[in-house]
Design a protein around this ligand. Structure first.
Ligand SMILES: [Zn+2]
Length: 215
């Protein structure tokens, strides 16, 4: 823990000083350009992997980068899925953000947990309830009959991103703005061990690595 206190001091001495003007300009308001929805996994660090600064990203994180479907609003209220929904609503309707990125990642614990609900989630009823939202993903993966465990996980993580893009479109204020060309929406798949990010192509329904040639 001492490391974190030491880190807070080092931040004030080094990083804060480096971007002092930026921090001062952010004093009264924020104008983030992008809503970044990612997993809570400690290995996924949004500002680091996008090379962005304070004020750039409005970050929403939860287990498995899940977006509860909007159409089940009444059920959502009861189920307590409000945090994610409220943040998306705020980002779009109050902050007027221009881009949305849903960022999944490799070796995602939430994506693998859906295959072991009984053994691993016995003492975590809230986790169990939350990842029930991944049931449609599990069904889609099982229909593809993956031939190995690693392929199953890899497919789950990617189909999850696709599913959450679909869920995002159930939010009327997202769909309307996307249809009018007012916002951009992306699905990203981040590979922890290589640092690579794969971008989802909504037309070909494929993930392609982000590189300098093709954006
Ligand atoms: Zn994860």
């Amino acid at each position: 823990m001492r490391e974190l206190f030491e880190g807070a001091l080092r931040f004030q001495e080094d990083d804060y000083t480096k971007y002092k003007d930026l921090y001062e300009s952010l004093k009264k308001h924020q104008e983030p350009h992008t809503l970044f929805i990612s997993c809570v996994d400690s290995r996924v660090v949004p500002n680091l992997i996008t090379n962005t600064l304070p004020g750039d990203l409005f970050v929403v994180r939860n287990m498995g980068n899940i977006i509860p479907p909007y159409r089940e609003n009444d059920n959502m209220m009861r189920a307590g899925y409000l945090a994610t929904t409220a943040s998306i609503e705020y980002a779009l309707n109050i902050l007027g953000i221009k881009n949305i990125i849903i960022c999944g990642h490799s070796n995602c614990g939430a994506c693998s947990a859906i295959y072991h609900p009984d053994e691993r989630l016995e003492n975590t009823p809230y986790v169990k309830k939350w990842i029930e939202l991944l049931e449609p993903v599990k069904k889609k993966v099982q229909a593809l009959k993956p031939t190995s465990k690693s392929k199953q996980i890899w497919l789950t993580e990617q189909i999850n991103i696709e599913q959450q893009l679909e869920n995002l479109m159930t939010y009327p204020f997202v769909e309307e703005r996307f249809d009018r060309g007012e916002i951009n929406i992306y699905g990203w798949y981040y590979i922890i061990e290589t640092g690579e990010i794969f971008n989802y192509n909504m037309i070909t329904r494929e993930f392609k690595p982000i590189n300098r040639e093709k954006k």
